[in-house]
Design a protein around this ligand. Structure first.
Ligand code: SAM
Length: 334
């Protein structure tokens, strides 16, 4: 069978860009490497495996919300839009919406190039009537609909609670960029994880099978491979916990002994117990998230949650006037 036709705009970060951000993150205190670098091809596969663990409730809960309310979502959003999905991953959730929304084009955007290509081709094969214009890009640096995509009212879809990787100020800045992308009157359908018992959160980010640990440690393997570093993977362990004061789950890689590591010819010394902070995942109440969205120029149109109030899906609309100006956005720093 011939490969389905998709258009792929390739703005994948270069090795030099990876080196600059990793070195800057290792030089600062506390040390921090942004979560976007988890996602090489193996990282994307490991993320999909995380979504299958029994502890990781967000994916199955968000899917259940989208399934339960697909008709309502379709009625509110309407048909014929250019549907843009930043951080599209395996493009699983959008499949639940495509028949109802009948967009004139689908624009999956992701930093993980090969995973994006395969996922976009699969969507194109399953929905032959749909134009697919994929964009491999770092959405914290550049988020534009490829020129090849048709004109039409734009709708953004941002599931997976990826918004939680930004701190609330960064989230408002990022949403303002999305507001600009969809334009006045444009819509955003976004999945947002809710505050809940810390034990549920701790387990979700530290599953007993060790899949999330492998996902976190894969970052060091990637840095070894792509930047010629010499992290000893046996001397690092995964740590994840809910920080109630800051309302976020934190993921870290903890050095299990005193050690020196070479990255791009630079030596970094780590004391036993010292960590590299690799991800934040902020949790919201519905009202707190709506307040962040309003700061970005969005107004709440609808919100759906599951019966246990684990997760929320919001439909937001950009006000007719200009959105609050974005001051640049990047996932939260510790
Ligand atoms: C947590 S996964 C969510 C995947 C999917 N949206 C879902 O709901 O299951 C985050 C996705 O966003 C992508 N991603 C993370 N940071 C990114 C960035 N800065 N620019 C573009 N894509 C990014 C990752 O490659 C990954 O596919």
């Amino acid at each position: 069978m011939s490969r389905p036709e998709i258009r792929l705009q390739d703005l994948h970060p270069t090795p030099a860009e990876l080196a600059v951000e990793v070195l800057a993150g290792l030089r600062r205190r506390p040390r921090y490497i942004p979560p976007k670098f988890f996602y090489d091809a193996r990282g994307s596969q490991l993320f999909d495996a995380i979504t299958q663990t029994s502890e990781y409730y967000p994916t199955r809960t968000e899917i259940a919300i989208l399934q339960a309310h697909a008709a309502d979502i379709a009625a509110r959003v309407g048909t014929g839009s250019v549907l843009v999905e930043p951080g599209s991953g395996s493009c699983m959730k959008v499949r639940l919406l495509l028949e109802g929304l009948k967009p004139c084009a689908y624009v999956p955007m992701d930093i993980s190039r090969e995973h994006l290509r395969v996922a976009a081709e699969q969507v194109a094969a399953e929905f032959p009537w749909l134009e697919v214009h994929a964009a491999c890009t770092d959405f914290t640096r550049q988020m534009a609909v490829p020129d090849s995509a048709p004109e039409g009212p734009r709708v953004a879809f941002f599931p997976g609670s990826s918004i939680g990787n930004f701190d609330p100020d960064g989230a408002a800045d990022f949403l303002a960029v999305v507001a600009e992308l969809v334009g006045p009157g444009g819509l955003l359908l976004i999945g947002v994880d809710l505050k809940k018992a810390p034990a549920v959160l701790d387990a979700a980010y530290d599953d007993t099978a060790g899949v999330t640990a492998a996902f976190n440690l894969n970052l060091l393997e990637r840095i070894n491979r792509e930047l010629g570093a010499n992290f000893d993977l046996g001397a690092w362990r995964h740590r994840a916990f809910y920080n109630a004061d800051l309302g976020r789950v934190e993921m870290h890689l903890v050095s299990t002994r005193d050690q020196g590591v070479q990255v791009c010819g630079e030596r970094f010394d780590f004391a036993a117990g010292e960590s590299i902070h690799t991800e934040n995942s902020y949790k919201y109440s519905v009202a707190d998230f709506q307040a962040v969205a309003r700061r970005a120029g969005f107004f709440p149109e609808a919100v759906w949650t599951d019966p246990a109030d684990l997760f929320s899906v919001h439909l937001l609309r950009v006000a007719a006037g200009p959105a609050v100006a974005a001051s640049g956005s990047s996932p939260s720093r510790p």
